[in-house]
Design a protein around this ligand. Structure first.
Ligand SMILES: [Zn+2]
Length: 311
């Protein structure tokens, strides 16, 4: 079902969000679905400062722009460019490099990089507090350097360890994905991961890497399955979905990026995870990300800090 989904076609996107005015109107509706509300005093009566398109509160006189206090704030970029960036980021299955994004938007690579990382950060914050539930397939992997998604044992400087966990139905169908950078695969690191990202009561299936036993510290049960090594392990049905997800992440990141530096890994993982978890409604992902972006404060200086916190 997912593969054949249409998503939002480019002509349809252009029809809905092709002009600056359409983007502005859309943001107004998404930011204030029940009508304008002054960010300072909560007042609803207002006038529009026509020359600058600002909303002026009739009670406290404060002037507010549609993007003030949101991820779209303090940027010289047209809203239309933001919208197109969101479009490309949510509708391309493999993600998009900042070089390619810059080319499509007609902006420099640096600008495209900033846009992308701000949007990735919105995705990261959005999903950070949501824990997986029920049956979980869990596995460990590395990201970065020349190779991506390799199995443990290949750890080397420049590689960033991360954990992939897939929530499935009791019948084994994948529901949600959680990807998180970890300090390593020790019991301590896995315990920390589990407390952050798994609901107590999850039943976790792993290939028996010793550290995974620590999920019990978060109130989960743990079922290690001996898989042997190499191909047999990868094809074991108990890990079907987590292995598929890791294979896809590997393909997506190595096809799109030459290298991902360690400090940015959480955001790249968050982007992939965000798309995966919303794969059943591709077309809605665009407005939904705008909606969240309007409720995410501007972030030029806390970009890196937050990525560390939620790793
Ligand atoms: Zn006010």
């Amino acid at each position: 079902m997912v593969q054949f989904q249409k998503g939002l076609s480019e002509p349809e996107f252009e029809r809905q969000f092709g002009t600056e005015e359409q983007c502005r109107e859309a943001l107004i509706v998404w930011r204030w679905p029940d009508g304008f509300s002054c960010p300072q005093c909560g007042g609803q009566r207002h006038s529009i400062v026509q020359s600058r398109g600002l909303f002026q509160c009739s009670r406290c006189r404060r002037q507010t722009s549609i993007s003030a206090g949101t991820i779209f704030a303090s940027t010289k970029l047209p809203l239309r460019t933001w919208f197109r960036a969101i479009y490309h980021l949510t509708q391309s299955k493999q993600g998009i490099s900042s070089i390619e994004l810059g080319r499509r938007l007609g902006v420099t690579q640096t600008t495209a990089w900033m846009l992308k990382h701000k949007l990735q950060q919105v995705m990261l914050e959005r999903d950070a507090g949501k824990r997986l539930q029920g049956r979980i397939e869990i596995d460990d992997a590395y990201l970065g350097g020349e190779r991506t998604g390799g199995k443990r044992g290949r750890g080397a400087p420049g590689k960033t360890p991360f954990v992939a966990a897939v929530e499935t139905t009791s019948g084994g169908k994948p529901i949600r994905l959680k990807l998180a950078r970890v300090d390593g695969f020790s019991g301590k690191a896995i315990g920390k991961f589990a407390k952050h990202h798994l609901d107590p009561g999850c039943s976790v299936v792993s290939d028996g890497l010793r550290g995974f036993a620590a999920v019990t510290e978060a109130g989960c049960t743990h079922q290690p399955i001996k898989t042997g090594s190499g191909k047999a392990a990868v094809q074991h049905p108990a890990f079907n979905w987590v292995n598929t997800a890791l294979g896809n992440i590997k393909a997506a990141l190595s096809g799109t990026y030459r290298a991902v530096s360690g400090k940015h890994v959480p955001r790249y993982l968050a982007e992939y995870q965000y798309r995966y978890n919303r794969r059943f409604d591709l077309a809605a992902m665009m407005p939904r990300l705008c909606w969240v972006g309007l409720r995410t404060p501007p972030m030029p200086y806390r970009l890196l800090k937050l990525a560390e916190v939620y790793a």
